[in-house]
Structures are given as C-alpha cells and as structure tokens.
Design a protein around this ligand. Sequence first.
Ligand code: ATR
Length: 403
Amino acid sequence: MARFTLPRDLYHGKGSLETLKTLEGKRAMVCVGGGSMKRAGFLDRACDYLEEAGMEVQLIEGIEADPSVETVEKGAKAMLKFQPDWIVAMGGGSPIDAAKAMWIKYEYPDITFADMCKVFGLPQLRKKAHFCAIPSTSGTATEVTSFSIITDYSKGIKYPIADFEITPDIAIVDPELAETMPAKLVAHTGMDALTHAIEAFVSTANCDYTDALALYAIRMIGKNLVGSFKGDKEMRDKMHNAQCLAGMAFSNALLGINHSMAHKTGAAFADGHLIHGAANAMYLPKVIRYNAKDKTVAERYAIIADDLKLGGNTVTEKIDLLIAYVRNKCDELNMPHCIKNYGPGGLPAEQGFVTEAEFLKKLPEIAVNAIGDACTGSNPRQPSPEEMERLFKCCYYDLEVDF
Ligand code: ATR
C-alpha cells in the first residue's frame, strides 16, 4: 500500500490571495522573509484579509534564506506566546520551511531537533494550529510538500524534515506573488523544480499518480522556464503552477541523490553558499548519466526525453539528448555547469569560490553525508562512498560520468 497526500485545499490563479478572508480562527501568525513581500504590498494585503476574517494578526518577519535551527527556536517561542490557531507562511521556500519547523516546535515544545529529523516520525500536529502556505518563488513547492529544510550552521549541513504531518492544510498559489522575482531567482528556483520533477519520475517510490504530475510538470517547465526568465508574464504564471505540480509529485514519490548532493554541499564551503537550485542544475546531467547506467532507469529517462520530443532512436541517444537539453537550459539561464566555475551569486566564473584544495579536503565527508541524506533511499541506483566521491568530482571538474 502506498499513500498519496496533498493539502486539503489549493486555491490558484491571480487574486487567490483573497482566500485568506475565508479562514476561520482567532489568531493568525504570519511568517515572512526579509522584506520582499512587504515591499510588494502582499504582506499588508494578507494581514488585511485575515483581519477581515476576524482574526488577530501577529508577524514573524526577517526569516533568512536557508533558515537556521536558531530562527526556528525563536519563532516557536513567539508562537507559544501568541497561541495562533492559524500559521500563514508567505514567501520563498525559506520562510515557509522555517514556519513548518516552528509549527512542530509550537505543537511539541519539548521535541528535539534530532527527533524532528526522523523521517516520517513526527507526532500528530493540528492540535493547536492549521497551516496555510503562500509561495512567492516558483521552485521549492513547499506549499504542497511534506518537507522542510533547516540548516544547522554549526555543523555545516542541511536537515530535511520529512513527514505528511507538515503538508500544509491550505496552499494559495497566486502567480501575482511570483511576478516580482528577479531573473536570477527565476532561473535557480525553476531548475530546482525541473530537478524535483525528473527525480520524482525515476524515484523508486514513483507511482501512476506521481508520474502524471511529474511528466506534465517537466513539459510545462520545458515550455515556460526560459521565457519566464526573460520576463514573459504569462510564462511566469505558468511556471508557478508547473513547480507546484512538480511538488505534488515529489512530495509523494520522494527525490534522489541529486538532492542529497545539493543538501550536503549547500552550506559546506567556507566562502559562500551553493544556491540550492544552482547546485541541483549543475549535478543533474551527472546524476542522470550515473543513474542511467541501470537499464530500467535509462528507459524511464527515455520516456522523459520522448515526452519533451527531443528525438533520438535508441535509449542511449535519448539520454544523451536529455543531458544536452538540461545543459542547454543552464546556458540559456546563465548558470554554471560545475562547482569549479560556480562564481558569486551562482553566476558562471572562470574560477569559482570553491577552491580545488577545499573541495578535495572536504570531499570524503561530504560524500558520506550525501549518502546518509534522506533523499538517497529513493534514488534508483545506490552509490557506494567511492562512487559518490567520483560523482562529486565529475560535478566539480565537469567530467563525463563513466561508471
Ligand atoms: P527559495 O527557497 O524559494 O529558493 P527563499 O530562500 O525563500 O527562496 O528566498 C530567496 C530570496 O528571494 C530572498 O532574498 C527573498 O526575499 P525576502 O527574504 O525578502 O522575502 C527573495 N524573494 C522571494 N520571493 C520573491 C519575490 N516574489 N520577489 C522578489 N524577491 C523574492
């Protein structure tokens, strides 16, 4: 038996933010990031709608990108004081992910972080509050997923919390919120969404329900991502739905080593972050090649290539074309192909900020951490630590994967 879980309600389309007027409750805690939602006027609108619904509203503002354990602790304390019956998280993946973890700590103040990270091991939520998620980026799809990523900066790793308990009750997918995204954010979050859909389609936990969502999401991302990056509004709106469909797929089919590798390299290097979507985009061609050494998995990738109408007669040709397609997307979106060329802000550079010396020194530990990541279990091929190290080297130097 398998389970397929999504939010109870999903409101979508321009102006759907207004749905907040219909929530029933006494107190809403609204969680946002560093100011983008305030500047664009969405925060005020959301608060007005909630007040119109008769609720008292309090804010948790300033949630940082890649939120920390400390931010979660602080937010949970504020919730314990305010006692909200609705948590409304609005913004990119970061404030929504942080709010999900705060929610757990609010419902179970004594739960430890280690306990929260036990995969599908959370106690029942919703004894104190329900959760509404409103995304403003088109990538993480955390508004429909059972995941949250919190960073432990003291250890330099990202923890994925995974449990259907934190699948939001309501998602509001209003494309107006995504219209203010700068192009670079469109690129990074869009490639994250493409990776979600491709990994979900080849995951060992895939099923008919997730396949349909993943394949259609890939098709939509293929059609709309570059146009959205270049400023086409209709395509920007389509991408908001496409990433959400990808989220519905991977929340239920899970992911694979592409994400394991991105999680464990995101905060691992001294001079800066490897932005999650950019890391995923760099690793995707390498991971496809590695997974496709398995004949059955190769056939799954070939289905994706066929759906994208990439051509090719044999499975091998189709995989070559799929890899070229992903690399071409990176070029069109001005993203680097390998860690060595990953410059500040995720732009391509002759020599990026991760030096060869630092990379090689940290490689064995990063490889072991990536294998231990929650996403590795559903990857269609299980790498040994040696293989994971070799794979990372291919991702650093942009080498062909031949094992
Ligand atoms: P994600 O996890 O979805 O990739 P994030 O980490 O939540 O994104 O946010 C990354 C950056 O994008 C943040 O600087 C965020 O700004 P705020 O923290 O001020 O909210 C910014 N951002 C998110 N949505 C945006 C939007 N619609 N327009 C402009 N900037 C946005």
